[in-house]
Design a protein around this ligand. Structure first.
Ligand code: PXP
Length: 248
């Protein structure tokens, strides 16, 4: 069974648009779990544009499933993770001007800092994954750094597919992006590191990544929250669970 982590950042985005107390990500998480999610994913950004520390604390206390905290390699957020102890942490790059996480981590930038952070988080029992661009070298480097899992960035593939549908791109670009995902997934399978994937996945494209070998977890946010606005959170999550695990 492939686990679905529902990223509820954009529930908090709506709340922060008015700096008020609704909608509450805690309530959204409860409904997502009722819809069949295996866990909740949140990104505590340095600029606190959506998820707040209060959300992380309350979600850790209330979610009956795993809480996966996405965060940059920043000392204050690592300390917070060590104190709150989510079940999993996904280390991601962060860039203040970006609309969303734009690429995988640059693993060559501060390997010692990464390895130290991974070791500190793992020492208290947190599962650590690294959000990486899909290539074999980065998978192997993630193993060397001591990570438990890699989350492959599916955004390039998803964007290439969207470009084909918009008639502005080519199938060759889609195939190249999928070859990269496949190669990275094969490398992860051989290396024995857990495989997660996410970014840009939607109801109309998620079927295209399910064949990746030993895929354990998908983290999906924007598309589920967008559908939840139309049909409700529980139904939106149920629809995605049915797509990724049709025989569950
Ligand atoms: N995985 C990671 C590491 C992310 O940073 C994000 C976006 O916050 C997602 C998955 C979910 O991406 P999307 O909102 O495009 O589904």
């Amino acid at each position: 069974m492939i686990h679905l982590g529902v990223n509820i950042d954009h529930v908090a985005t709506v709340r922060q648009a008015r700096l008020t107390d609704e909608p509450d990500p805690v309530e959204a998480a409860f409904l997502a779990m009722a819809g069949g999610a295996h866990g909740i994913t949140i990104h505590l950004r340095g600029d606190r544009r959506h998820i707040q520390e209060r959300d992380v604390r309350l979600l850790r206390e209330t979610v009956r499933g795993s809480v996966n905290l996405e965060m940059a390699l920043a000392e204050d957020i690592i300390d917070l993770a060590l104190a709150i102890r989510p079940h999993a942490v996904c280390l991601v790059p962060e860039n203040r001007a970006e609309l969303t996480t734009e690429g995988g981590l640059d693993l060559s930038r501060d390997p010692a800092g990464l390895a130290a952070a991974i070791a500190r988080l793992r020492a208290v029992g947190i599962l650590v994954s690294l959000f990486i661009n899909p290539n074999p070298e980065d998978v192997r480097q993630a193993v060397t750094l001591g990570a438990d899992a890699v989350e492959l960035h599916t955004g390039t593939w998803a964007n290439a597919l969207a470009d084909v549908h918009a008639m502005t791109g080519t199938q060759a670009a889609v195939d190249t992006a999928m070859d990269r995902l496949q190669e990275a997934a094969d490398t992860a399978a051989v290396a024995g590191i857990r495989l997660h994937a996410g970014h840009g996945l939607r109801y109309d494209n998620v079927g295209g990544v399910l064949h990746l070998p030993l895929l354990r977890e998908l983290n999906i946010g924007h598309s589920i929250i967008a559908r939840a606005m139309m049909v409700g959170m529980q139904q939106a999550v149920r629809d995605m669970v049915d797509l990724i695990n049709p025989c569950h």
